[in-house]
Design a binder for this molecule. Structure first.
Ligand code: ADP
Ligand code: NI
Length: 215
């Protein structure tokens, strides 16, 4: 069933994203977008953020992701085609431009509560059980090893260095996923992140025990 929403503009925009993302297997597929939308809606309500802006920004947050190669202006065009007013569209574009993780040493700059809600929602979907699945799916799509015991994790102080990394999927937990809990902005997301983080830590411990043949 196509994306449904009581607001016609949000529904039209969501359906556009759904249509364009449904054959994406990079971990930025429609269902990632859908989960981020669900989380953003929930966090926005709990934190008193403007829910409609958060929903649109969640649905649009990966449209111009650097890994997907769509040209600048695509997001604004899709929002306009869905009938979203210009002021809201401008807020959504501003959030989407800032949402992505750019390396452990690169600070976040998210000036609005709505942006912080969407960034939290996107990051929650990178951790926990879903996060484990996405990390290995992403690594597999790029032909990476599950784990390479000879590697040491790197701390990336620039987006360039982070983008160029070619380490195993397990290293990604140390280079990004274990850092996300402490970078949550809102109390609502932080509470969810604590649980997801604990699950991931137990998972990686178990992975390494099994790797050595100790479990
Ligand atoms: P963001 O949404 O912050 O831009 P990315 O686009 O970098 O995040 O990542 C999308 C998904 O792919 C996330 O679940 C992320 O953890 C995973 N991922 C990104 N880079 C790697 C990597 N080098 N190894 C394994 N998984 C990765
Ligand atoms: Ni995302």
């Amino acid at each position: 069933m196509p994306f449904e929403h009581p607001n016609p503009q949000v529904q039209a925009f969501g359906r556009r994203v759904e249509a364009e993302f449904s054959d994406e297997a990079s971990g930025h597929d429609w269902w990632h977008v859908w989960r981020v939308w669900r989380l953003a809606r929930r966090i926005a309500a709990a934190e008193g953020a403007e829910v409609r802006t958060c929903e649109l920004a969640a649905l649009g947050h990966d449209v111009e992701d650097h890994k997907l190669g769509r040209p600048a202006g695509t997001l604004a065009a899709w929002l306009a085609e869905a009938g979203v007013d210009e002021a809201t569209a401008a807020r959504v574009v501003a959030i989407a431009q800032r949402v992505s993780f750019k390396g452990a040493g690169v600070p976040d700059a998210m000036p609005t509560l709505e942006g912080r809600v969407v960034q939290d929602a996107d990051r929650l979907d990178a951790i926990g059980a879903i996060g484990v699945a996405r990390a290995f799916a992403y690594g597999g799509a790029r032909g990476r090893l599950l784990y390479d015991p000879h590697e040491a994790p790197e701390r990336h102080d620039s987006f360039e260095a982070y983008r160029k990394t070619n380490s195993s999927s397990l290293m990604h937990f140390y280079e990004k996923l274990f850092l996300l809990k402490d970078r949550m902005h809102t109390p609502t997301a932080r509470a969810l992140a604590e649980e997801r983080h604990a699950f991931m830590e137990a998972y990686v411990q178990r992975f390494l025990d099994e790797w050595e043949g100790n479990a």
